[in-house]
Design a protein around this ligand. Structure first.
Ligand SMILES: Nc1nc2c(c(=O)[nH]1)N[C@H]1C(S)=C(S)[C@@H](COP(=O)(O)OP(=O)(O)OC[C@H]3O[C@@H](n4cnc5c(=O)[nH]c(N)nc54)[C@H](O)[C@@H]3O)O[C@H]1N2
Ligand SMILES: Nc1nc2c(c(=O)[nH]1)N[C@H]1C(S)=C(S)[C@@H](COP(=O)(O)OP(=O)(O)OC[C@H]3O[C@@H](n4cnc5c(=O)[nH]c(N)nc54)[C@H](O)[C@@H]3O)O[C@H]1N2
Ligand SMILES: [Mo]
Length: 767
C-alpha cells in the first residue's frame, strides 16, 4: 500500500463502471475470484447469506445481483484465500506487528488457529481449543470470585441473533450487564432519542414506503458509500419525480448522482440519475439550527395561513390528537432569530425556506439520517429535532412517510433486540430468571465509554470481544492503549488480525471464528442463522462457502464453550444442544420475546423475512405520556465543550472513505472524494487555509482544543483544499481517533462526538 498520494476531483456518478471495476479489483486482490463470484450470486437472496457489510434492508424480491460494490468487497475480504497460519506468528513478534497498519494486518488473511500470547517470547503461540477454553474459564472464575463486574463483554454488531442471545446470557449468568456494543458509538443516540419521542428505539420506515413517498430528506448519511443498495430506492424515487433534499457539509457523490451498475442500459449510455434536487452544505454540528429554520418557516407560515384562511402547513389534527410538547417547541422556534439560525447552520435563509417549501408540498416525507446526526454532543437532540420536523406534518404512521436511521453493522440492531444491552430495563430480566432459574444482575452495566473509563481507572480487569476492533474504534486512542495492557485478561473472537489483538492483557487469547458467509456445520447439520436489518425485518442467512480452515469454530460454539468452561452447570441452559441445532436457540429467543419472535423458526425463512412490531407505524405511542413527543432545545448550539470557539478553532468531523469498512481499510484510495494513496489528509475550506497562513499540501499537526489536562495530537496530516463550509474540517476514522476526548460524547446516549471535534493546527512542513 505504498502508493503515491494523488488528488483528482471526480465528477463521475457513484455506481457505474468505477463500481464494477472496484469489485473486480477487490476479488483479484483477495485471490478468491471463483469462490467469491459464486458467493455473490447468493448474497441477500433466499437460501443465501445476509451481507456482512451494512444493515440496509433486503427486499423480498431481490435484484438479479442483490449486492453493491461495498458488499462485494466485504465478501471478497472475508472469503480471501490468504491465511495467517501458526507459523506466521513464529516469525513475527507482537511488538513488531504493533507497528503494522490496520490494512496490512487484515490483508494477511484469515486467522486459522487458536492463539495464546506468550509474554516471554513476545509472540502469539498456537494452543488447542480445549486448552484455550480451560484457561479462559479459570481466569473468568477467578475474576468472578473477586468482582464479577470487572469483566466486559463487547459485541461489534456482526454476530447473528442466535450467537448474540447466547452471549448476553453468558454475561448475565456470569453476573453483570456489561454488554456494550458498537451501537454505543453509533446509533445509541437513535435508540434513546426515538424511544423518548416515538416510543420505539428503531426507525419506522420500510422499503415499501420508499415507493410511496413524495419527498426524501437526508441528514448526515452517505448512502453511496455506506448503504449503496439504498441508491436503488433513491433512483426509483427520483424517476417518479420525488424531490430529494440533502443536508451534508460535504457534497458526497452518492447523494449527487448515481449510475446503476446492474442496469445494462445505463452502463452502455452515459445515463445517470441526479439524486439530490437541493443540496445544503450545512456546517457540521449545524443541524439543530438548520432544522429549526425549516420548522420556523413551517410554523410561522402556518400561523399566517390560519389568519388568512390559506392552506395549513402543519397537520394540526395529528398534532392535537397524537403529540405533546408542541406549544413549547413552537414558542422556541418562533423566538429564534433567522440571523442566529444562519450563523449556526452556515446556511442562508432562502435555501432553508426553499427546502421547507419542498417539505410542505409533500404528502408523505421520509427523513433519512446517519452518523452526521448521532455522533455529536447533542446527538440525541439532533435525532429528536428531525422527529419534530416529521411530527409537524404528521409524517409518522402514514404510508410513504417516517423516520429512517440507517444502521451500521449488519446485525447491530438485532443484537440489541436479543438482549445485548447494558441497560437492565431493556432486557427482560424476569423472563430470563424464569426460563433459566437464576437471579440476573439488576445493576446497570457499562456502555462503551464507561468501559473505557473502567479500563483507565483500573476497575475493568478483563475484556471479551465478540468481533470488532475496540481499541481502534473508541476515542482517546493514546490513553486507552496505554492502559489496555494492564488488563488481566483479553479474549478476542475474530476472523482477522487487527490492532486491538496486539495489545494483549496479562493473559490473552485470540480465537478464530467462521464468518457468516461460510457453511457452519454442527451435530445437527449445516446451520442457518438470522439477522435484523435497519428496517426491523428478521432474515435467515445460510453460509454458502466452504470454511476457510477446518480448525475454525463458529461464534456460537465459541461462546458456548467459554460459558461451559466458566459457569456452573445449569440443566436449564443446554449450551451443547443449542450449538448442535441453532433452531433451539431461536425457540429460546421466541420464548424470551414471544411478542417479537412468534413462530420464529417458520417465519424467518420467508423471502424478505418478517418485521418486528413497530407500534409507532400505526400511531401507537409507547412513550411516558402515551403521545409522540416534541423535544425542545435550550439553544441552537451543538457543542457545550466549545461554546465560543476562537477564530483558530476548526470543527473536525471524522468520516469513512469509499474503501473501508470501519477500521477495516481495504485501500488508501477514496475514489468518490478524489483522494488516492493516502488517508492522512485534512479536508479544509480554501478560505480557512489562507486565513491560517497554510497552503495546499502543507503538513500539519492537529491538536484537540479542549482544556482538560491531556495533550492530544495527530501529526502528518496533509492540508487538502476541499468543498467544505468555512470553519469545518474533515479527516478519516480511525486515523483521527487520538483527537477525540473520551468525555466528548453525546448527552443522553454517550455516543462519542466523532463529527465535531474542536481542533487547532500547527504547521510542521510548508507545502
Ligand atoms: N462501505 C462501508 N459501509 C458501511 C461502513 C463502512 O465503514 N464502510 N460502516 C457501517 C457503519 S458501522 C455505520 S454506523 C454506517 C455509517 O454510515 P454513515 O452514517 O453514512 O457514516 P459516516 O460516513 O461516518 O458519515 C456520514 C455523513 O455525515 C456527514 N456529516 C458529518 N458531520 C455532519 C453534521 O454535523 N451534519 C450533517 N448533516 N452531516 C454530517 C459526512 O459528510 C458523511 O457524509 O455505515 C455502515 N456501512
Ligand atoms: N472517529 C470515529 N470513530 C468511530 C466512528 C466514526 O465515525 N468516527 N464510528 C463508530 C462506529 S459507527 C462503529 S460501529 C465503531 C466500529 O467499531 P467495531 O465494530 O469494534 O470495529 P470494526 O472495524 O467494525 O471491527 C473490525 C474487526 O471485526 C472482526 N470481524 C470481522 N468480521 C467478523 C465476524 O464475522 N466475526 C467476528 N467475531 N469478528 C469479525 C475482524 O477481526 C475485524 O478486524 O467505530 C466507531 N468509531
Ligand atoms: Mo456503526
Amino acid at each position: 500500500m505504498k502508493d503515491t498520494p494523488r488528488f483528482a476531483p471526480d465528477d463521475r456518478p457513484s455506481g457505474g463502471w468505477g463500481s464494477l471495476k472496484a469489485v473486480a479489483v477487490s476479488m483479484f486482490r483477495e485471490e478468491a475470484p471463483i469462490s467469491t463470484a459464486h458467493a455473490l450470486l447468493k448474497q441477500n437472496k433466499p437460501g443465501g447469506f445476509a451481507c456482512v457489510s451494512c444493515a440496509w434492508a433486503k427486499p423480498a424480491k431481490p435484484h438479479a445481483a442483490e449486492f453493491c460494490e461495498n458488499g462485494a468487497k466485504a465478501t471478497a475480504w472475508e472469503l480471501t484465500d490468504k491465511r495467517l497460519p501458526a507459523r506466521f506468528f513464529e516469525t513475527h513478534t507482537v511488538s513488531e506487528l504493533q507497528t503494522w497498519s490496520d490494512h496490512d494486518l487484515e490483508a494477511g488473511g484469515r486467522l486459522t488457529v487458536p492463539l495464546r500470547w506468550d509474554a516471554g517470547l513476545d509472540r502469539y503461540v498456537e494452543v488447542s481449543w480445549e486448552e484455550a477454553f480451560a484457561a479462559i474459564g479459570a481466569e473468568l472464575r477467578a475474576l468472578q470470585a473477586e468482582q464479577a463486574e470487572s469483566v466486559v463483554f463487547y459485541a461489534s454488531g456482526r454476530a447473528s441473533l442466535e450467537t448474540s442471545y447466547m452471549y448476553q446470557l453468558l454475561a448475565r449468568l456470569y453476573g453483570n450487564n456489561n454488554l456494550p456494543d458498537s451501537s454505543n458509538m453509533c446509533h445509541e443516540s437513535t435508540s434513546v432519542g426515538l424511544k423518548q419521542s416515538l416510543g420505539v428505539p428503531v426507525g419506522t420506515v420500510t422499503l415499501d414506503d420508499f415507493e410511496h413517498c413524495d419527498a426524501v430528506f437526508f441528514f448526515g448519511q452517505n448512502p453511496g458509500v455506506n448503504s449503496p443498495r439504498m441508491l436503488h430506492q433513491l433512483q426509483d424515487a427520483r424517476r417518479r419525480g420525488v424531490p430529494i433534499v440533502s443536508f451534508n457539509p460535504l457534497r458526497e457523490r452518492g447523494l449527487v448522482s448515481f449510475a446503476n451498475p446492474q442496469s445494462p442500459l445505463e452502463m452502455l449510455t452515459p445515463a445517470q440519475t441526479a439524486i439530490s434536487t437541493q443540496y445544503l452544505q450545512v456546517k457540521n454540528g449545524g443541524d439543530i439550527a438548520a432544522i429549526t429554520g425549516l420548522c420556523k418557516w413551517l410554523i410561522e407560515g402556518d400561523d399566517a395561513a390560519l389568519q388568512s384562511g390559506a392552506r395549513r402547513l402543519l397537520d394540526a389534527a395529528f398534532i392535537a390528537e397524537h403529540t405533546q410538547g408542541f406549544e413549547d417547541f413552537a414558542a422556541f422556534v418562533r423566538r429564534t432569530e433567522w440571523a442566529e439560525i444562519e450563523r449556526e447552520s452556515g446556511l442562508d435563509r432562502a435555501s432553508l425556506e426553499s427546502a421547507a417549501a419542498t417539505f410542505a408540498a409533500a404528502k408523505s416525507v421520509i427523513c433519512v439520517y446517519g452518523m452526521g446526526l448521532t455522533q455529536h454532543r447533542k446527538g440525541v437532540l439532533n435525532v429528536q429535532m428531525l422527529t419534530n420536523l416529521l411530527l409537524l406534518g404528521g409524517h409518522i404512521g402514514r404510508e410513504g412517510a417516517g423516520i429512517c436511521p440507517v444502521r451500521g453493522h449488519s446485525n447491530v440492531q438485532g443484537q440489541r433486540t436479543v438482549g445485548i444491552t447494558e441497560k437492565p430495563e431493556l432486557a427482560p430480566l424476569d423472563r430470563l430468571a424464569e426460563l433459566y432459574g437464576f437471579e440476573p444482575p439488576r445493576k446497570k452495566g457499562l456502555n462503551t465509554v464507561e468501559a473505557c473509563e473502567g479500563v483507565l481507572d483500573g476497575s475493568v480487569r478483563a475484556f471479551i470481544g465478540l468481533g470488532g476492533n475496540f481499541v481502534r474504534a473508541v476515542p482517546d486512542t493514546q490513553r486507552i492503549e496505554a492502559a489496555w495492557q494492564k488488563l488481566r485478561l483479553t479474549v478476542h473472537i475474530a476472523t482477522k488480525l487487527n490492532h486491538s489483538h496486539l495489545l494483549p492483557g496479562e493473559v490473552s487469547y485470540l480465537l478464530p471464528c467462521l464468518g457468516r458467509i461460510e457453511i457452519d456445520r454442527q451435530a445437527g447439520g449445516a446451520q442457518t442463522v438470522s439477522v435484523e436489518d435497519s428496517t426491523g425485518f428478521m432474515h435467515a442467512s445460510d453460509g454458502v462457502a466452504e470454511p476457510a480452515e477446518d480448525t475454525l469454530r463458529s461464534e456460537a460454539a465459541i461462546v458456548a464453550s467459554i460459558a461451559q468452561a466458566t459457569l456452573a452447570p445449569n440443566p436449564k441452559v443446554p449450551w451443547s444442544q443449542w450449538v448442535g441445532d441453532y433452531a433451539l436457540v431461536r425457540d429460546a429467543i421466541e420464548a424470551t420475546w414471544p411478542e417479537i419472535f412468534g413462530d420464529f423458526n417458520r417465519r424467518f425463512r420467508a423471502p424478505g423475512g418478517f418485521q418486528r412490531p413497530i407500534p409507532a407505524r400505526h400511531r401507537e405511542w409507547k412513550t411516558d405520556s402515551g403521545k409522540a413527543h416534541f423535544a425542545t432545545p435550550a439553544d441552537l448550539r451543538t457543542d457545550p465543550d466549545t461554546p465560543e470557539p476562537d477564530a483558530d478553532t476548526l470543527r473536525l468531523m471524522t468520516v469513512r472513505s469509499d474503501d473501508q469498512f470501519n477500521t477495516t481499510v481495504y485501500s488508501l484510495d477514496d475514489r468518490f472524494r478524489g483522494i488516492y494513496g493516502t488517508r492522512m489528509v485534512l479536508l479544509m475550506n480554501a478560505a480557512d487555509i489562507a486565513r491560517l497562513g497554510l497552503a495546499e499540501g502543507a503538513i500539519v499537526t492537529a491538536e484537540t482544543a479542549v482544556n482538560d489536562g491531556f495533550h492530544r495530537a495527530v501529526a502528518g496530516l496533509r492540508v487538502t483544499t476541499y468543498d467544505i463550509p468555512a470553519g469545518c474540517a474533515a479527516g478519516y476514522f480511525p486515523e483521527c481517533n487520538p483527537l477525540m476526548p473520551l468525555a466528548h460524547h453525546a448527552e443522553g446516549s454517550k455516543v462519542p462526538a466523532a463529527k465535531a471535534i474542536p481542533i487547532r493546527l500547527r504547521a510542521t512542513k510548508p507545502a
